[in-house]
Design a protein around this ligand. Structure first.
Ligand SMILES: [Cu+2]
Length: 163
């Protein structure tokens, strides 16, 4: 009876030890898993940061445009951007002039004193003329007013392409 008890005791102790060992093993595995998850997570964050940086660099489009004698000093008269880009057109001019981006209907009065910016988000796709108007005419409404026709001069075209 005593030996039986001792034997059972021994068995129980052995079982407890085995359980403890298994628990330790489990904790170790769990720890390893946690470390792996953290590592993968960090890599994901890295990829996300790269993707964000790429998006940011794609979205900002700046153009320096110089008007002399009523013409833009550029070889090609088309500015190409992609839908969703944040566009900044910086104008300098040798004369006082009103610049009008059709479609987006943005106007800016340019003077030789300082550059003037047009900033906007390219939401609408298409080809939009950028025209100059004699400065004394002032802003016009709509694209087909009689004062508009004839008085304007196409400087450039803005093309907004789908992504
Ligand atoms: Cu116009």
């Amino acid at each position: 009876m005593r030996t039986q008890q001792a034997l059972t005791c021994g068995k129980a102790a052995h079982l407890v030890q085995q359980a403890r060992r298994m628990l330790l093993h489990f904790v170790r595995l769990f720890g390893l898993g946690l470390v792996l998850v953290c590592a993968v997570g960090r890599q994901d964050f890295g990829l996300m940061r790269e993707a964000l940086a790429e998006t940011a660099s794609k979205a900002e489009r700046g153009f320096e445009l110089r008007i002399e004698n009523g013409r833009v000093q550029l070889a090609e008269r088309v500015l190409r951007v992609q839908r969703g880009d944040r566009v900044r057109l910086r104008w300098t001019t040798d004369d006082v002039i009103t610049i009008h981006l059709h479609g987006y209907d943005i106007e800016a009065r340019a003077t030789p004193d300082a550059p003037v910016d047009m900033t906007f988000e390219a939401r609408a796709t298409g080809r939009f003329p950028i025209t100059s108007h004699p400065s004394h005419r002032g802003p016009h409404t709509g694209g087909k007013s009689s004062s508009h026709a004839g008085a304007e001069n196409v400087l450039l075209y803005l093309e907004v392409h789908p992504r």
